[in-house]
Design a protein around this ligand. Structure first.
Ligand SMILES: [Cu+2]
Length: 254
């Protein structure tokens, strides 16, 4: 793996900076990264994803096999299997247009990468969308080895070793797939999920449980909401030009 000289020279500094880094063990809601890339003028689909019922407790991560990770936390963090926001909504829900786009329409993928960071022995973000052909920059911000494995059904499976802080590798995906699973061979608790789509009409809920998908041509669409623990739900929505249509979802503990 090629490591640029500039990064190599920074490694000792990055490793020193990482050595004193401690993160309180708390449930971190999804970042407010919920807006998918805009596809120009058109209608908007927006909504929120509620959670009903008793909030399940996420198990504590077992970092006993990796003291270097455990040392980063004052108290052990919890798995992020279900992240319910204080307002009763659900974070880390991937919402996307599943059907209804004009037949034969194609959409250019952005040149700007989506970044998947390995930080404090977790993937960040945990749930995200990316277009077919769009670069995914996989980065290690920890001064220890992460081995990122992608388990694809439609895309080729790969396995990337990033042994030091500051290392990055870029990959692209060739086919739509909802969802691709990312794991780390070294740290069994690490998980991330990517929705790979041939269009830009997707978003992920964050700390407010909301999503917004912009730039849809007028039409009737099937919109799907995916959650790693609760599965999928679909809704049907009609979008008019320059107008906002709302579709809400609600997941409950089975
Ligand atoms: Cu790892």
């Amino acid at each position: 793996m090629h490591l640029p000289t500039r990064i190599t020279s920074l490694l000792p500094i990055l490793m020193l900076a990482g050595a004193g880094w401690r993160v309180p063990g708390r449930v971190v809601g999804g970042e407010p990264h919920g807006i998918g890339p805009s596809a120009g003028p058109g209608g908007t689909v927006t909504g929120r994803v509620r959670f009903t019922g008793r909030v399940p407790k996420n198990p504590v991560m077992d970092m006993s096999a990796e003291p270097n990770c455990a040392a980063r936390y004052k108290t052990m963090p919890h798995l992020q299997l279900v992240v319910v926001n204080p307002n009763g909504t659900l974070a880390n829900v991937f919402v996307y247009v599943k059907a209804g786009l004009p037949a034969g329409a194609t959409y250019a993928s952005p040149a700007s990468p989506v970044v998947l960071d390995q930080s404090a022995c977790e993937h960040h973000p945990r749930v995200f969308g990316i277009m077919v052909g769009q670069p995914l920059e996989i980065r290690n911000s920890d001064p220890l080895l992460h081995n990122i494995k992608v388990l694809g059904r439609n895309n080729r499976t790969f396995n990337i070793s990033l042994p030091a802080a500051g290392m990055t590798v870029t990959r692209t995906f060739t086919a739509p797939e909802v969802m691709l699973t990312f794991k780390c061979d070294v740290h069994g608790w690490m998980r991330a999920y990517a929705g790979v789509l041939p269009h830009p009409f997707f978003a992920t809920t964050g700390t407010d449980g909301r999503f917004a998908i912009h730039g849809l041509p007028p039409g009737t669409y099937t919109v799907e909401a995916w959650h790693e623990t609760f599965g999928t739900q679909t809704g049907t929505i009609t979008v008019k030009a320059n107008a906002t249509a709302t579709v809400d979802f609600a997941f409950a503990r089975p």
